[in-house]
Design a protein around this ligand. Structure first.
Ligand code: NAD
Length: 496
């Protein structure tokens, strides 16, 4: 890939059957910098239904040969991809900067996403030996081998907030399991993610990885309902997830859905509340301007420590610098898009209008930029009414409600009083108490004395209870979802 001038707009294509192409019809759409909405970052290809069909057919044609490779052979290719993703520092820097400009998140985070993707290829490759083992059940009553087979073409749909990390929770797993894929990145973050996926695809046989960018209203349903799709792995909002599930029902196509969250954190009366703890609370909440499914979104604090937490967290938030994510001194960039900006501003205004105590924190060195871009300072809402949207809904932006509680039973009930059930956290010095509260929480993942991506163990299956989703990504279990079980049996004493 040639390194282009950071200031010149870039154009990305789609990738089908081993080559970069223009979309059928040649259309593209523009992507602007959310810190400076009048700055054009580039154009991404607007794929059509015709492109969906071509990508599906390419993936379908590549499937038998890819599935026939051994796990060890596929693992070797995944390891090579992991190395190549970080081999060229100049190219990596370029993609990280481009990603920062199209997305808004700070450059350190875009660099982190780039390296995390390679790590997730390594992790999936490490399961090769375990995956190759069938289960043997000697009779009586029968001799039975329980084996697994890849499903076929998997459709992978990712959102804009952490597109590469999220892709890393499904793409290497699909590949090691023996599937071929068609990927759809989000409309709102398509340039650097596409370039990165093109690089991965170029290191594999043609047709194994295909990628389509464009408008979901044009290609979304076609991807989900295409007769060659054998599995759909979707990450995004509850509303679109529900729609995808309904569409998938037509062909009885299995789905994994990773949807929204409204994660509760519980700060017990014996929690260690030092500077490190407040920084972990800040990062768990406000990293990526709060646009993380597994971000801390409701903070419940034992009444005896409430003032201490309010002061400690306010102090950290006040130190943060909000501005253009490309600048090294910036701690928080803008929200990714106008719609999300409107949603978060609306929730803060609703709390203010209801007479709640709202504090917007942080340093803004460039007020003019702040006024033009999709910015929102880190905002704390103190002891709000539980019926407000900032408590009940997923804010997916830099605002956090902080609420006191008195007993463990009360706080567990409040934490579980949500249609969501993605992640949660418990903060205490007492190990037994931590695990006993954690086991009562309706959430797919509970962090102890931390919260969010920086504390996540990629070996653990990840996903949600209730409307936060169906199925799991990551870990060994995340690979198994890309396979079907197949039992082979005979009369006893013949097969085993
Ligand atoms: P979204 O649901 O609007 O879009 C997600 C993806 O689905 C995008 O690529 C979009 O183009 C595509 N899409 C839209 N309509 C479609 C259709 N009809 N058929 C097929 N695909 C379609 O979500 P978003 O705004 O990109 O992301 C934010 C949401 O994602 C938040 O709710 C957040 O919590 C959630 N999220 C969940 C996780 C998780 O792991 N649970 C991770 C990150 C984000």
């Amino acid at each position: 890939m040639s390194i282009q001038n950071i200031d010149s707009p870039v154009t990305t294509g789609i990738y089908i059957d081993g080559e970069v192409r223009e979309a059928a019809g040649g259309k593209t759409y523009a992507i602007h910098n959310p810190a400076r909405p009048d700055e054009l970052v580039g154009h991404a290809a607007s794929a059509t239904v015709e492109d969906v069909d071509a990508a599906m057919k390419a993936a379908h044609a590549a499937f038998p040969a890819w599935a026939a490779l051994s796990y060890a052979e596929r693992a070797a290719m995944l390891m090579k991809i992991a190395d190549e993703l970080v081999a060229d520092q100049e190219e990596l820097d370029y993609r990280s900067r481009l990603f920062c400009r199209e997305h808004g998140k700070v450059i350190k985070e875009t660099q982190l996403e780039m390296t995390r993707l390679g790590d997730r290829f390594r992790l999936s490759a490490s399961y090769a030996e375990r995956l190759a083992e069938d289960e043997h059940l000697p009779g009586p009553p029968f001799d039975t081998i329980i084996t697994r087979q890849p499903r076929g073409v998997a459709t992978l749909i990712v959102p804009w907030n952490w597109p590469l990390s999220i892709l890393g929770a499904k793409l290497p797993q699909a590949l090691i399991a023996g599937n071929t894929v068609v990927i759809k990145p989000s409309h709102n973050s398509a340039l650097a993610p596409s370039m990165t996926i093109h690089k991965i695809a170029s290191l594999l046989p043609p047709g194994v990885v295909n990628v389509l960018t464009g408008s979901a209203s044009e290609i979304g349903d076609a991807l989900v309902t295409h007769p060659l799709t054998r599995f759909i792995n979707f990450t995004g909002s509850v509303g679109v997830g529900r729609h995808v599930m309904k569409m998938a029902a037509d062909n009885i196509t299995p789905v994994t859905l990773e949807l929204g969250g409204n994660d509760a954190a519980i700060i017990c009366e014996d929690a260690e509340l030092d500077a490190g703890a407040f920084m972990r609370m800040y990062m768990g909440t406000f990293m990526s301007s709060g646009q993380i499914c597994m971000a801390l979104k409701r903070l419940y604090v034992h009444r005896s420590r409430y003032d201490e937490v309010v002061d400690g967290l306010t102090e950290v938030c006040e130190r943060m610098v909000i501005g253009d994510g490309l600048l090294p001194e910036t701690n928080m960039g803008p929200v990714n898009n106008e719609k999300q900006h409107r949603i978060i501003k609306g929730m803060i205004e609703q709390a203010r209008a209801a007479g709640q105590d709202v504090r917007e924190c942080g340093q803004v060195p460039d007020e003019e930029l702040y006024a033009k871009g999709y910015f929102q300072k880190p905002t704390l809402v103190f002891d709000p009414d539980q019926s407000l949207d900032i408590v009940r809904e997923e804010q997916f932006g830099p605002a956090l409600p902080i609420m006191p509680y008195d007993t463990d039973d009360e706080v567990v009930a409040k934490a579980n009083d949500s249609n969501f059930g993605l992640c949660s956290s418990v903060w205490t010095k007492d190990r037994d108490r931590a695990t006993s509260i954690a086991r009562r929480l309706e959430a797919g993942y509970t962090y102890l004395n931390a919260h969010g991506p920086a504390a996540q163990d990629g070996r653990g299956p990840f996903g949600g209870f209730k409307q936060s989703g169906i199925g799991r990504n990551l870990g060994y279990e995340g690979v198994l979802q890309f396979q079907e079980y197949h039992s082979i049996s005979s009369q006893p004493g013949w097969l085993l």
